[in-house]
Write a protein that binds this ligand. Structure first.
Ligand code: FAD
Length: 310
């Protein structure tokens, strides 16, 4: 087993992790970002980001790569590894392990972000990857010329539906309530598309089929009525955008978890454990966006600096 040490370890290479890395490296700390996948985090699954200052419109993958490039130019390192365990040692330092490698640091910034929540209907797990998807950019192309249902009424659902409207023949938004939660400008842009329609006050409660989905059961949330529509197998897709769930499993014993599933921090991003900070979507917070994740990362790194330098 080999072991390396850093002043600050940053678990997660999304907007929060790389912003923390820029601030940590520029303050003279040795900093490593641990990332299991493509640098950039969740934004790499979206086609376009239009609300991050300085970029009128940029693809998520490109913005993520710019974050990585910036952090590495400042002197931070990316360690491409899936971290399997997080421990606080008797000395108070943190140890991250991945396979036969381990890494130690006096401070740790948790920036593991969030993953999509499932909608919870019958058959959702069974047909995942066979008609059910959580990422329009990743899977949209499989539905070229087909009908897709998009579950969700928030910003991400609308933006992803807009992307899908350029590929699919028809997009039906399935919105649980009688209105969208997304900003009006985003909704207006979506509803201008001729192939987009909305089923308000509607939920999907079950899907079934053979290899692919052939039946979808809906519930009208106002009347309680349930009805099933039939489709040719493989002719439809269902994209779920039902919010996200903070990724806390590796360190839930070291932090306090709030009702929304996120890590509780103070304004300096400190958790209840000394030297342990959290930033971005993994935190309990009101607005989970790139800009708030980046801001959290900057604050967490500044707090980590003061912790390391005493
Ligand atoms: C479809 C979609 C569209 C969106 N559109 C927008 C938008 O237009 N504008 C906007 O501002 N925001 C948007 N968001 C929200 C935005 O992506 C998030 O708020 C932001 O990415 C949060 O950043 P983060 O760094 O906290 O976490 P994440 O981006 O989730 O990054 C966390 C990283 O940690 C890594 N990680 C987790 N566990 C481990 C481990 N054990 N080992 C190694 N690595 C690990 C993950 O692989 C991931 O890369 C969108 C999100 C989605 C899903």
């Amino acid at each position: 087993m080999s072991e390396r040490t850093f002043d600050v370890a940053i678990l997660g290479g999304g907007p929060a992790g790389y912003s923390a890395a820029i601030y940590a490296a520029r303050s003279g700390l040795t900093a490593a970002v641990f990332e299991q996948g493509m640098p950039g985090g969740q934004i790499t699954t979206t086609d376009v980001i239009e609300n991050y200052p300085g970029f009128t419109s940029i693809s998520g993958a490109e913005l993520g790569d710019k974050f990585r490039e910036h952090a590495e130019a400042a002197g931070a390192e990316t360690v491409y590894a899936m971290v399997e365990s997080v421990e606080r040692m008797p000395s108070g330092a943190y140890r991250l392990s991945s396979g036969s490698e381990s890494y130690e640091s006096p401070t740790l910034i948790l920036a593991t972000g969030a993953v999509p929540r499932t909608a919870g209907f019958v058959g959702e797990d069974t047909f995942r990857g066979r008609g059910i998807s959580y990422c329009a950019t990743c899977d949209g192309m499989f539905y070229r010329g087909k009908k897709v249902f998009v579950i969700g009424g928030g910003n991400a659902a609308c933006e992803e539906a807009l992307f899908l409207s350029q590929i699919a023949s028809e997009v039906v938004m399935v919105v649980r309530r009688d209105q969208f939660r997304a900003p009006q400008g985003v909704v207006d842009k979506l509803l201008e598309q001729p192939n987009v329609s909305v089923a308000y006050s509607r939920s999907i409660i079950a899907v079934s089929g053979g290899t692919f989905i052939s039946q979808v059961t809906f519930r009208n949330n106002e009347t309680g009525e349930e009805y099933t529509e039939e489709f040719e197998e493989g002719s439809i897709g269902i994209f779920v955008f039902a919010g996200t769930k903070p990724v806390v499993e590796l360190f839930s014993d070291l932090v306090e978890i709030a009702d929304d599933g996120g890590v509780v921090t103070d304004e300096g991003m400190a958790t209840k454990t000394p030297g342990l900070f959290a930033a971005g979507d993994v935190r309990s917070k009101r607005l989970r966006q790139v800009i708030t994740a980046a801001a959290d990362g900057a604050i967490a790194a500044t707090s980590a600096y003061h912790y390391v330098r005493g």
